[in-house]
Write a new protein. Structure first.
Length: 366
């Protein structure tokens, strides 16, 4: 056996068993089910035959060991999720927390129990009806265990860092446009009776109609149930509130307070831990980011600059007196960040100092 691969296997087992011990201590679930999950990981690890293509290792052993921990974390957490988390917001939040062992700063990361792939910006992942995954070779930057076409494990995670975006076509034909600073956990093949994904961040979804299999979007604070529709959901961990905007169709939202709201087209639900409010809106304002546009209608400049910071992956700071200045119009996000900030400068008579490396600072001009 290849020496590097053997070392990877040993570290995989060591790190995985550490995580297994932690799961047993923190999760009040059946110990036998966790042990069965671990046996499945071992089975997948040793199922490789000598005829399969050898992996290319381009990271140090230390980096690989941390990756192995994350991979096992994904498998065990998601197996627990399948059996225990489906109808519990708090446990969905724990699932997201359990899967933060690797931070993707510069690249989009696709993670499965067998694979950690780094992808380029605006990459497109396409799952066929049988669950096989297609990614154009030119969109792949690096991988530590290249077995994406043979994985039998159901659940994957995509991590999109600030400044990046990606698109997924799921096995049922549903399209997901994933914004910067987001994560999505999803199955390689959906269950026949229910389609479920877990998100943190912002995603625009065009759900393939299937009355026999409702589509469920789960987040830390609310769930969304649909049959076939298009909508935008924002559930960033750092934001004080989440939102759902319905483009067409119908969705039902259930919050952590067991409050249920049915949205009609052109409606926004604004969700905080205390309450949920709805209002009629221009949906373009909330969905145009996927088309590289940002529509503004008396928005606070602080909110706009925070959006741009996330979208471009750069630090943008501003003086206190800038925060509440209202701004309206349209920003073309196909421009680089300097060009976008220049438009804001001219519109609001502000001044901007800095660059992409050190960050930007906006203040009221003299």
């Amino acid at each position: 056996m290849n020496k590097k691969k053997s070392t990877y296997n040993n570290l995989f087992i060591h790190k995985s068993q550490q995580f297994l011990s932690l799961i047993k201590q923190t999760e009040k679930i059946n110990k036998k089910e966790i042990d069965n999950s671990w046996k499945e990981v071992e089975k997948q690890l040793y199922a490789k035959t000598s005829s399969q293509k050898k992996s290319t290792f381009t990271r140090t052993i230390l980096w690989i060991s941390y990756s192995a921990t994350a991979i096992v974390c994904i498998f065990l957490s998601l197996n627990i999720y399948n059996n225990h988390f489906k109808n519990n917001h708090t446990l969905s939040a724990q699932l997201l927390d359990n899967m933060t062992t690797i931070e993707c700063i510069d690249d989009i990361c696709l993670m499965t129990p067998q694979t950690h792939i780094k992808l380029k910006d605006k990459s497109i992942l396409h799952y066929s009806t049988d669950g096989s995954l297609t990614i154009p070779r030119e969109q792949i930057k690096d991988s530590i265990y290249d077995d994406i076409h043979h994985s039998k494990i159901q659940l994957n995670q995509i991590i999109v860092p600030k400044g990046k975006r990606t698109e997924i076509i799921f096995s049922d034909g549903t399209k997901a446009y994933i914004n910067a600073g987001s994560r999505v956990i999803y199955p390689r093949i959906f269950d026949k009776n229910k389609r479920e994904i877990v998100i943190e961040g912002e995603v625009y979804l065009e759900v393939a109609p299937n009355p026999k299999s409702p589509f469920i979007v789960k987040s830390s604070n609310f769930d969304i149930k649909v049959l076939g529709t298009a909508f935008n959901v924002s559930a960033y961990k750092e934001d004080k509130a989440g939102s759902v905007v319905l483009v067409h169709g119908k969705v039902e939202i259930e919050t952590t307070q067991k409050e249920k709201i049915v949205l009609q087209p052109d409606q926004l639900a604004y969700i905080t831990p205390e309450k949920t409010t709805t209002q009629n809106v221009n949906v373009l304002k909330y969905t145009s980011w996927k088309d590289n546009l940002l529509f503004l209608d008396s928005d606070k400049t602080s909110d706009v600059l925070n959006q741009l910071s996330r979208f471009y992956g750069v630090n943008i700071n501003y003086a206190t007196e800038v925060a509440d200045i209202p701004i309206s119009g349209k920003l073309d996000l196909r421009k680089d960040i300097e060009g976008v900030l220049k438009n804001i400068e001219e519109s609001l008579s502000l001044e901007c100092k800095g660059n992409k490396e050190t960050g930007f600072y906006l203040f009221v001009g003299k």
